[in-house]
Design a protein around this ligand. Structure first.
Ligand SMILES: [Zn+2]
Length: 396
């Protein structure tokens, strides 16, 4: 850590602390105490700087992430995320290295070294490619404006959130219960972004997505979806630690809508390869949502996805699984209804037919069950449980 750097920022920070956070956050425009010039493409920090220390921590995490068990290896999914980033960031494309991680949480982040991660829970929730672009554009806003460095320097005089960030990053790949750990790590890092950093990143993100041919109105729509899911949870099982340091989701949606109105609507339909590309891993993404154990939030997300109309049979089947797994009074009837609905809708896995068969059998409707068992075997010639199902067909 360079002592001169440290003194410089500490001196600068005093004026900031006195004038409050709102004064702080605009320092890059008025002559920054933090030297918050844009990161230029190809940037590497001076090895003697505090910034290099931050990079070292993040590089360690990236080394682990390369071999992380929860890394999604599907080439098409990784290529799509990288392509979206490149469309948005142009000259910075080569500096940014995305990793898609299997985690049901709704999150994505871009760190100062170019390490970027995107959770499958986020890809699942996105209605279209423009929504993915909106969030990645926002993350790039933090990257280009070097918000992490600013918050790290700020944190030294507070609770040393930089240390929390380091711990958080290492947690991302450390544990078996990755969903909870990832969340902890990002809580630590998110807490440190100021409201103004968030607003600045929002403005940069919407500008870049619009220039890249995406629909800028989808930036606000991202937050509408978050708000709707939060509302469905009743807030009772969901503690949002960001709200004191972040604009509210509603405020964000409103601001982004206003910003979108200033942008041109894309002249041609925006690229939308998302659903086709994630289709091969979508079933596992839906199943992971159930494992998250937040019933109401997952139910609402599934309803939104069903309303989107993309392979609704697949989502209906997993919604049935959600009820079956909860197993409260009446849930089996609800699950059976959903499996039925799934079986007749586009994109349903053959398992929907098997579940209808099994549940009808248990309720004593053996003829009805056999009809669905036959359809199941017809749809799955190589079914692993063919013999068992054939026994049902023969049985009395
Ligand atoms: Zn942000």
């Amino acid at each position: 850590m360079n002592p001169i750097d440290r003194r410089t920022f500490t001196t600068g920070l005093c004026g900031c602390m006195l004038s409050g956070l709102a004064g702080c956050a605009t320092t890059h425009q008025t002559g920054s105490a933090y030297d918050l010039s844009d990161t230029p493409p190809g940037y590497k920090p001076d090895i003697h700087s505090d910034e290099a220390g931050l990079w070292m921590q993040i590089n360690k995490t990236e080394a682990d992430m390369r071999t992380a068990a929860n890394r999604i290896r599907d080439k098409a999914v990784n290529d799509l995320v990288h392509d979206i980033i490149c469309r948005l960031t142009q000259d910075y494309c080569a500096d940014l290295r995305p990793y898609v991680l299997r985690s049901p949480e709704w999150n994505a982040a871009m760190f100062p070294t170019g390490l970027t991660f995107v959770y499958t829970g986020f890809l699942l929730q996105a209605k279209n490619e423009s929504q993915v672009a909106a969030v990645l554009g926002h993350e790039f806003g933090h990257f280009r404006r070097r918000h992490s460095l600013a918050r790290m320097r700020d944190a030294r005089t507070k609770d040393d959130i930089a240390a929390a960030l380091g711990i958080g990053l290492s947690m991302v790949v450390a544990g078996a219960d990755f969903s909870r750990l990832v969340n902890l790590g990002l809580n630590a890092s998110k807490l440190a972004f100021s409201r103004d950093h968030e607003r600045e990143a929002d403005a940069i993100g919407i500008d870049l997505m619009s220039k890249a041919g995406y629909d800028p109105y989808e930036a606000g729509a991202v937050w509408r979806r978050v708000i709707d899911i939060d509302a469905a949870s009743g807030q009772d099982d969901y503690h949002d630690p960001y709200l004191s340091t972040h604009p509210t989701h509603e405020e964000r949606e409103e601001t982004l809508k206003k910003l979108a109105a200033e942008k041109r609507k894309p002249a041609v339909p925006p690229p939308n390869r998302l659903h086709q590309v994630v289709a091969p891993i979508r079933a596992s993404m839906l199943a992971d949502q159930i494992d998250l154990g937040t019933f109401k939030r997952t139910e609402k997300l599934f309803d939104l996805l069903i309303a989107d109309g993309l392979n609704p049979g697949e989502v209906l089947y997993y919604k049935g699984e959600l009820y079956r797994r909860r197993n409260k009074e009446g849930d089996d009837t609800l699950a059976l209804g959903l499996y039925h609905e799934a079986a007749e809708a586009a994109g349903a896995p053959p398992e929907a037919l098997r579940q209808v068969g099994l549940m009808r059998w248990r309720k004593g409707d053996k003829d009805g069950a056999r009809e669905y068992f036959r359809r199941y075997l017809g749809a799955t010639p190589g079914a692993f449980d063919r013999e068992i199902i054939q026994n049902y067909l023969k049985g009395a």
